[in-house]
Design a protein around this ligand. Structure first.
Ligand code: 26Q
Length: 801
C-alpha cells in the first residue's frame, strides 16, 4: 500500500503560494519587508504543513491498528537543522529551492539561517536523533521523550587559542518545528516524605513542577511515516506559594517558580565525568516521570490491564540517565494503580531495555543514597526493595555486587536489573560490557546482554550533506539506496571502472574546494584542495587522543623542516570539537593544538605542505561541511575506551578511509571494508590492559622513540608558547610519568601508519579505489539496520508500512 500522504499534488506555484500565505498570516510580514529570517520561517511553515499531513496519517493508523509503540527515553537529542532534512525527506527540496531562488534569495543562506537544535553533547545525543529519523523511515510507531532545554550545548569560541564558552540560545527566535501542547501536562514531585496510609506507602512530595509537552514531528524518507519527538518544559504549579507569601516570606514564596525556571534551563555539558549534582538528578526524574505518566495515560485510554502493558509498550533507556524509569514505573503501578510489587516488577522488566554507551568508570552514574533519598524518598525505598528482591532471587550473587553499595545507588546495575535486554553499541563494546562491566550480572542473567552496533542515518549523513556523491550514486546504481543502504554494494563492480573512480574523486574534489572556501572565510587560512584533508572531529577527551594526533603532527612538521625538499604529501590537519567546561586537561589539548597551528601555519619553510585548521564551535552543521570533504578519518582512541563511535561511520560512507585503532565499531568497519583499505595501528584492548601493568610504560615508550622525545622537548622548551615556556610543563610531565591513555606507547605505530597513508595517497588510483570501496562497503552502518535489530531483538515490534 502506498502510504505517501501528500494531500494534493503540490506544484511549485502552489508551494510559492503557501510560502507567501505563511509570510503574511503566520509571520505578519509582507514580501518587500521580509528578512531572510522571515522567509526561512515562512518556508519552514509551508514545509511543515506537509510534515503534519504525514504525521496525522501515521498517528491515526497507529491508533486504528492498535499497534505496539516504542518509547525512546533520552536526555539528549543532537538534531542539527531541520528544514533541509524535512524538505529532502518529503521530496520537496528541488521545488523549494526553485521557489527560494525565484524570490531572489540564496538557498544555502536561507537554510543555514536556521540555528542547530543542539540538545546534546555528542555521540549519544546524535545517535538518538539518527534513531528517531530511522524509526520514522521504517514506519516503527515511536515517540522520543526528552527535555526542552532553553539552552543547548554551549557555543565555543577561542581566545588566544583557549576555549571560552558562551550560552547557546536556539529558542530566542521562534521554533517553527514545535507545537506547544499545554493540555498534555503532568505533575512531577521531588523531595518530601513517605507516609503510610492503610498499610500502603505513599509519597508526599515537598516540591512539585508541571511537565508541559512540546511536540516536534519527525518525518522519514519520502514522507511515508512520521513520529513525535515530545520534549518537556517545566512550569510552576503555582506562581507563588500563597501561604509563605501571606506570611511575608517573599523569597521562599517564589521557590516553585524558581525551580521550574531552572529545571530545563540548560543541558549539562559533561559527557564523560558525572558529578552528583542535585539539579541533574531532578532533570532526569522530570523527564522520566513525565514520560511514564504520558505512556500509561495513553495505554489506559484503550486498555485496562496494566499487566498486559508489554504487549503494547517498549521503553528504551538511552544510557542510565533515565534509569529511574525502573523504580518510577514500579511506583506508579503500585502506588497509583494498586498493583503488587511482583506484578509491577514483571511488567517493568518486560517493557524496559537499557543501552550502555560507556565503560569509563568516571562516566558511570552513581548517586549518593543521601542525595537520592532526599530528592526521591519513595524511589529510594523502592530501589532498596528491588535490590533485596534481586539478592534473594539470586542467592549466588556475590556480596560486592548490588544496586545499593557503599552508600551509593549504582544506576548501571539498577538499569540492568530492571531490563529484559541490555545492549552495547558495537561488537567489541558489547563483549567488554559482558566481561568487564557486568561480569557477575551477566552470569546470573545469561543472554540478557546483547549487541546492537550503532548506525547513522544515510539521509542526513550522505544524501543531504554530500550532494555531489549522492548524485553520482543515483546515476550509477539508481535511486533508492537512501532507504536500502545495503544497495551501496552495487557500486562495487563500478570501482573497477576508471571512469567511475574519476567521477568519485571529482565529487570529493568538489567538496574539498567548497571546504577550502569555507576555511578561508572562517579561519582566514588558505589551504590547497590538492592536499590530503585529514580530519579528527569529536568531543575533546584524553581517551580519544587528539593529543596523539597533534604530537605526531609536530613530529611531521619537524621532519619537513629538516628536509624541506623531500617529496612531502601536502596535508591539511583539521580538528573540531568541544571540551567539557571543567575538564582542564582537555582544554589544555585544545590550547596546544591552536598554539601549534599558529607556529606551523606561519612557517614559511613549510608552506602548503602542512596546515592545521581548528574552526571553533564544531556542531552537527559543521560536521555536514567537514565530513564530505575528508580524505582521512582519524579514529585513534585507546583500544577498549570508545564504545562505538559514529563519526567513523559517517566518514566511511563519505569515502574517507580510516586511520584507527581496534576500538569500538572501527573493528567492524575494518571487517567490512577489508584490512587493505583501513590504516590500522596500535595496541589491542587486551594489550592495553597488559601494558598498563608496567608502571613505567610511558617512559619506556618515549625513550624508545627519538621523534617523540624531540617533540616533547620542543613543547617543553616553549616552541609553541613563546614567552610562556612553562605553559605545557604539566602536559609534558603527564606524558612522561602517567600517560594513562597510552599515547606514548602507540606513538611510533601511529607515525608509521601515517607514513603508509602518505604512500597510498601519493598513488591517486590506489587512493580512489580505497575511498570508493569505503562508500561501497559502508551499507551496514545505516541506522535503519540498527533500528531493525532493536525492533526484532529488543522491542518485539513490527513496521506499520
Ligand atoms: C551523565 C551524568 C551527568 C551529566 C552528564 C552525563 C553524561 C552525558 C552524556 C554522560 C555521558 C554522555 C554521553 C556519552 C556519549 O556520547 N557516549 C558515546 O555514545 C556514542 C553512541 O553510542 C558512542 O558511539 C561513543 O563511543 C560514546 O562515547
Amino acid at each position: 500500500m502506498d502510504t505517501r500522504v501528500f494531500d494534493e499534488e503540490l506544484t511549485k506555484e502552489g508551494l510559492r503560494e503557501r510560502v507567501l500565505q505563511h509570510l503574511t498570516y503566520g509571520i505578519g510580514k509582507d514580501a518587500p519587508h521580509a528578512s531572510l529570517h522571515d522567509w526561512r520561517m515562512a518556508l519552514s511553515l509551508a514545509i511543515r504543513d506537509k510534515v503534519v499531513n504525514a504525521w496525522f496519517a501515521s498517528t491515526r493508523r497507529t491508533w486504528a491498528e492498535g499497534r505496539k509503540r516504542v518509547y525512546y527515553l533520552s536526555m539528549e537529542y543532537l538534531i542539527g537543522r531541520i528544514l533541509e532534512d524535512a524538505a529532502i525527506n518529503l521530496g520537496l527540496e528541488e521545488m523549494a529551492r526553485g521557489v527560494v531562488e525565484d524570490l531572489g534569495l540564496d538557498w544555502r543562506q536561507l537554510v543555514e539561517e536556521e540555528p542547530d537544535a543542539a540538545l546534546g553533547n555528542g555521540g549519544l545525543g546524535r545517535l538518538a536523533a539518527c534513531y528517531m529519523e530511522s524509526m520514522a523511515t521504517l514506519g516503527c510507531p515511536a515517540y522520543g521523550y526528552g527535555l526542552r532545554y532553553e539552552h543547548g550545548l554551549f557555543r565555543q569560541r577561542f581566545e588566544n587559542g583557549q576555549q571560552v564558552e558562551t550560552p547557546e540560545d536556539w529558542l530566542t527566535s521562534l521554533n517553527p518545528w514545535e507545537f506547544d501542547r499545554p493540555e498534555s501536562a503532568y505533575t512531577v514531585g521531588f523531595k518530601g516524605h513517605v507516609e503510610t496510609k492503610g498499610g500502603r506507602d505513599v509519597w508526599v512530595p515537598g516540591e512539585t513542577v508541571i511537565a508541559s509537552a512540546f511536540d516536534t514531528p519527525v518525518v522519514g524518507w519520502q514522507g511515508r511515516w512520521a513520529n513525535t519527538l515530545r520534549l518537556w518544559a517545566a512550569k510552576p504549579t503555582t506562581l507563588f506559594d500563597l501561604e509563605r507569601f501571606n506570611h511575608g516570606d517573599y523569597a521562599a514564596a517564589a521557590e516553585p517558580e524558581a525551580l521550574a525556571r531552572t529545571l530545563c534551563r540548560v543541558l549539562y555539558p559533561d559527557d564523560t565525568t558525572y558529578q552528583g549534582k542535585e539539579l541533574r538528578l531532578k532533570q532526569e526524574f522530570f523527564l522520566t516521570s513525565a514520560a511514564l505518566q504520558d505512556i500509561l495515560r495513553r495505554y489506559l485510554t484503550e486498555h485496562s490491564d496494566l499487566r498486559r502493558l508489554p504487549e503494547k509498550v517498549a521503553i528504551q533507556m538511552n544510557d542510565t540517565h533515565p534509569a529511574v524509569a525502573g523504580p518510577e514505573l514500579v511506583r506508579l503501578m503500585m502506588d497509583d494503580h494498586g498493583a503488587d510489587f511482583a506484578d509491577a516488577m514483571e511488567v517493568a522488566q518486560k517493557v524496559l531495555g537499557y543501552t550502555n554507551h560507556t565503560l569509563l568508570p568516571e562516566a558511570l552514574e552513581r548517586w549518593s543514597t543521601y542525595l537520592f533519598g532526599n530528592v526521591l524518598p519513595r524511589h529510594m525505598q523502592i530501589v532498596e526493595k528491588i535490590d533485596s528482591w534481586h539478592r534473594h532471587a539470586h542467592p549466588s550473587r556475590p556480596h560486592y555486587v548490588g544496586i545499593v553499595k557503599h552508600h551509593e545507588v549504582r544506576m548501571g546495575e539498577l538499569a540492568f536489573v530492571m531490563s529484559h535486554k541490555v545492549n552495547g553499541v558495537s561488537a567489541l563494546h558489547s563483549d567488554l560490557v559482558k566481561e568487564t562491566l557486568f561480569p557477575e550480572l551477566n552470569e546470573l542473567h545469561p543472554g540478557r546482554i546483547v549487541n546492537q552496533t550503532n548506525g547513522v542515518t544515510p539521509r542526513r549523513w550522505l544524501n543531504l550533506c554530500n550532494r555531489p556523491l549522492a548524485t553520482l550514486i543515483d546515476a550509477t546504481i539508481g535511486t533508492g539506496w537512501q532507504a536500502d543502504l545495503d544497495r551501496l554494494a552495487e557500486l562495487e563492480p563500478h570501482v573497477e571502472d576508471a571512469g567511475f573512480r574519476q567521477e568519485f574523486m571529482a565529487a570529493k574534489r568538489a567538496n574539498k574546494l567548497a571546504l577550502a572556501g569555507w576555511i578561508k572565510e572562517r579561519c582566514g587560512v588558505t589551504v590547497s584542495p590538492d592536499a590530503l584533508f585529514d580530519v579528527q572531529v569529536k568531543r575533546i577527551h584524553e581517551y580519544k587522543r587528539q593529543h596523539l594526533n597533534i604530537l605526531q603532527t609536530i613530529a611531521h612538521w619537524h621532519a619537513i623542516r629538516q628536509t624541506p625538499d623531500a617529496e612531502w604529501v601536502p596535508r591539511v590537519k583539521i580538528f573540531g570539537g568541544k571540551s567539557a567546561p571543567g575538564y582542564w586537561v582537555a582544554k589544555e589539548i585544545i590550547h596546544l593544538i591552536n598554539d601549534v597551528a599558529q607556529v606551523v601555519n606561519n612557517d614559511p619553510v613549510v608552506g602548503d605542505r602542512l596546515k592545521i585548521i581548528y574552526p571553533a564551535n564544531y556542531n552537527v552543521s559543521m560536521a555536514e561541511h567537514l565530513i564530505p570533504a575528508a580524505d582521512l578519518s582519524e579514529q585513534i582512541s585507546t583500544a577498549g575506551k570508545e564504545a562505538s563511535g559514529t563519526g567513523n561511520m559517517k566518514f566511511m560512507l563519505n569515502g574517507a578511509p580510516t586511520i584507527g585503532t581496534l576500538d569500538g565499531a572501527n573493528v567492524e568497519i575494518r571487517e567490512q571494508v577489508g584490512e587493505e583499505n583501513f590504516f590500522l595501528f596500535g595496541m589491542t584492548a587486551q594489550e592495553v590492559m597488559n601494558r598498563r601493568e608496567d608502571p613505567d610504560h610511558a617512559r619506556h615508550a618515549i625513550e624508545a622513540s627519538q621523534p617523540l622525545q624531540d617533540v616533547l622537548q620542543m613543547i617543553v622548551e616553549g616552541r609553541f608558547s613563546p614567552g610562556d615556556t612553562s605553559r605545557y610543563n604539566g602536559f609534558v610531565d603527564r606524558m612522561w610519568n602517567s600517560d594513562y591513555f597510552l599515547a606514548a606507547s602507540d606513538f611510533a605505530a601511529y607515525d608509521a601508519a601515517q607514513a603508509q597513508v602518505d604512500a597510498a595517497f601519493a598513488d591517486p588510483d590506489r587512493w580512489a579505489r580505497m575511498a570508493a570501496l569505503n562508500t561501497a562497503r559502508g551499507g551496514f552502518f545505516s541506522s535503519d539496520r540498527a533500528i531493525r535489530g532493536y525492533m526484532k531483538d529488543i522491542w518485539y515490534t513490527e513496521s506499520a508500512l
